[in-house]
Design a protein around this ligand. Sequence first.
Ligand code: NAI
Length: 325
Amino acid sequence: SVLVRSSSSAKQSLLHRSFSSSSVPERKVAILGAAGGIGQPLSLLMKLNPLVSSLSLFDIANTPGVAADVGYINTRSEVVGYMGDDDLAKALEGADLVIIPAGVPRKPGMTRDDLFNINAGIVKNLCSAIAKYCPHALVNMISNPVNSTVPIPAEIFKKAGMYDEKKLFGVTTLDVVRAKTFYAGKANVPVAEVNVPVIGGHAGVTILPLFSQATPQANLSGDVLTALTKRTQDGGTEVVEAKAGKGSATLSMAINGVPDVVECSYVHSTIIELPFFASKVRLGKNGVEEVLDLGPLSDFEKEGLEALKPELKSSIEKGVKFANQ
Ligand code: NAI
């Protein structure tokens, strides 16, 4: 059944109920920016995830349509669409996981950093509301520039006295997905079997795939590895959108207590001197259980690691400074 409700702001929300006698625990997932290019397929993936019991779709526009569309899918979760700032509290209340693809994406010729001025403000508002309405939620940041947008909630949450560094993630999954695909093509191995850690950050040279640790092993030349690294750093935006939700689904699997889920993510870190760094992390019910060591790097990767530090450092500082303005 479909119920059309009016919120206090007289904007429409859609409530879809699906009934289930499942004994899987109740989990509320909120997607902020749910009507966008990332938000819509991500909403679909979350609706297909049997671990989710309540799916809250928030955007400043168009969520009733997305909620209606996604809500008809015959899986367990109840889908509610929320629209406009007046609805944000309701969208967030009780959320166990908040995924944020809200904000503007790149246009041709733009770097992720060019998005900072607009997206930093959006992220700041949304994360202030998270601190207030669902302070215990895991937060997955997709909005770019991730290198700077992850430090923003860290600062906001610190001020609100509820910062748990284990619960804040920058989504870098698509870098991994790309590295795997490109590697499989060159190494001539089945892509489904490929694993490649990707460390650093989520923009240009800060993305550092560790092909020396890739499995199955292949004897690729230095030139090929340099080209694969560059391709991973500069990949197209189209694929980016389709894959961004995939990692989020994996993270939501981890909150259900599936042991030993290891994924690359941009998190609070002490493995190098920078406070945020993407690397392999072991996930558990409460978020990051362990940030894993980088393992042995090739000389090429060691150079890449040194080369990415200045940009990543300044991107982090930019986010911190903005949050404290
Ligand atoms: P889009 O423009 O298609 O969608 C963005 C959505 O955010 C729109 O529906 C818009 O109404 C909504 N929005 C804007 N302000 C909002 C607010 N204050 N509250 C709630 N919603 C708001 O953009 P797209 O392609 O979905 O990309 C979204 C973001 O994700 C961009 O910043 C993009 O750079 C980033 N991105 C990150 C990736 C990653 O791997 N981390 C991959 C791909 C994109």
